[in-house]
Design a protein around this ligand. Structure first.
Ligand SMILES: Nc1ncnc2c1ncn2[C@@H]1O[C@H](COP(=O)(O)OP(=O)(O)O)[C@@H](O)[C@H]1O
Ligand SMILES: [Mg+2]
Length: 374
């Protein structure tokens, strides 16, 4: 019996950039895990840098794991699926990198998996575009003037200020308005695992203090959600959604992060801890409600992923999401990341690696069915 062309296993390359001090950038351990999973499932997977990915060549120079932590550069067949793991926005914005990504999108023999980073502001615009997702989006505006800040403070007594291209809590601030007293405006600035608070008498004063912190970075300002708590600390949910072997969005796993005692975010490097979502939710809502909340987290995250994909106009393969649960069990979208970090939960981790390979197979089938680009 003949093997149909779409049943062949594609060659998969993990795309990253070069580095001055080692072979390439990115999370080497993650890359090893992906390569190992590919091998177990019978796929050739290797790492390639933007520079070495020459389209149309019969061979390319890629990297495969060597003994210990080493990597070996070898000649390999060119990739049919390219899994984009360029680690930073700065790298991805470089002209040579942007050009190569655009070429990959055009090139008929390659499917590019995860073309771009998201911008926080675009995400909110996209999600407001559909009623089903708009109800999970906190009130959000671009932070460009003291007027916007004053307007937001009229309707919300607490706000989050976040850089549009931020990650891991960097640059996040919180504003709280306490009626009465001479210094009613509080500005909390995250610094390491702690936060420092400034007090101001007027919105103008507050604005100038924010300006000092913000520098030239673009920010959004967002209604603060009163998060559900466990042991007196707020927690939120980290969700991983990925496309499966059939090309449909599916839920890979839900994790929870409990905020550190003196942090305004739940990030682990800022004192937060990895927790079991059901035990977090049960503490607040009891076992029955928490089960139904978890179900709605799955449904909502999939709705959000589909809307992001539709509105962005890019074909996406995976994303992680930060979702907040309020004290009534309502779900709120904080952000999505198109280059998800590793989940430490072993079950989520294993499934996430398998899905990368399975979705690559799906992408490859699309080449066989639609040799010209869709
Ligand atoms: N509007 C908000 N209300 C309440 N908590 C928030 C809000 N926005 C962010 N947070 C908290 O801060 C964390 C980090 O925010 P996020 O938008 O994910 O930024 P980052 O890209 O730095 O991770 C969230 O996981 C959540 O704990
Ligand atoms: Mg986040």
């Amino acid at each position: 019996m003949n093997i149909r062309p779409d049943d062949r296993k594609p060659v998969i390359a993990i795309l990253t950039t070069r580095d001055k001090f080692r072979e390439f950038r990115g999370n080497h351990k993650n890359f090893r895990d992906i390569i190992r999973t590919g091998k177990e499932l019978g796929y050739l997977v290797y790492v390639i840098t933007v520079k070495e990915l020459r389209l149309g060549n019969h061979y390319v120079n890629g990297y495969v794991p060597g003994p210990g932590k080493s990597w070996i550069s070898v000649q390999l067949p060119p990739p049919e699926v390219v899994y984009n793991r360029i680690p930073t926005r700065e790298d991805e914005a470089k002209p040579a990198v942007a050009r190569k990504l655009a070429e990959c999108l055009e090139y008929p023999g390659i499917r590019l998996y995860n073309p771009y980073f998201f911008n926080k502001w675009s995400l909110f615009e996209w999600l407001r575009g559909s009623n089903a997702t708009a109800r999970h989006v906190p009130a959000t505006r671009r932070l460009r003037s003291a007027r916007t800040l004053a307007a937001m403070l009229k309707t919300h007594t607490s706000l989050y200020l976040k850089p549009e291209t931020g990650k891991a809590g960097k640059g996040i601030m919180r504003v709280i308005y306490h009626a009465g007293g001479e210094l009613p405006y509080r500005l909390q600035i995250q610094s390491g695992k702690k936060n420092v608070t400034y007090k101001a008498a007027t919105v103008e004063r507050l604005w100038s203090r924010i300006g000092k912190e913000r520098g030239d970075s673009r920010y959004i300002v967002q209604q603060a959600i009163e998060l559900a708590t466990c042991k007196g600390r707020p927690f939120d949910l980290r969700v991983l959604v990925q496309k499966n072997g059939k090309g449909g969005w599916s839920m890979t796993g839900i994790g929870a992060r409990l905020a550190g005692s003196r942090s305004i975010t739940t990030h682990v490097p800022r004192g937060g801890s990895v927790e079991e979502p059901s035990s977090m939710l049960e503490a607040m809502f009891g076992p029955e409600r928490s089960l139904s909340i978890l179900k709605s987290v799955s449904g909502t995250a999939l709705l959000i992923a589909r809307q992001i994909e539709r509105a962005s106009g890019y074909m996406l393969g995976e994303m992680s999401m930060d979702l907040g649960v309020d004290e009534k069990g309502g779900l709120w979208f904080f952000e999505a990341n198109s280059r998800p970090m590793k989940f430490d939960e072993p079950d989520i981790r294993r499934l996430s690696l398998e899905r990368i390979i399975q979705y690559s197979q799906h992408l490859y089938r699309q080449i066989a069915i639609f040799p010209q680009r869709m």
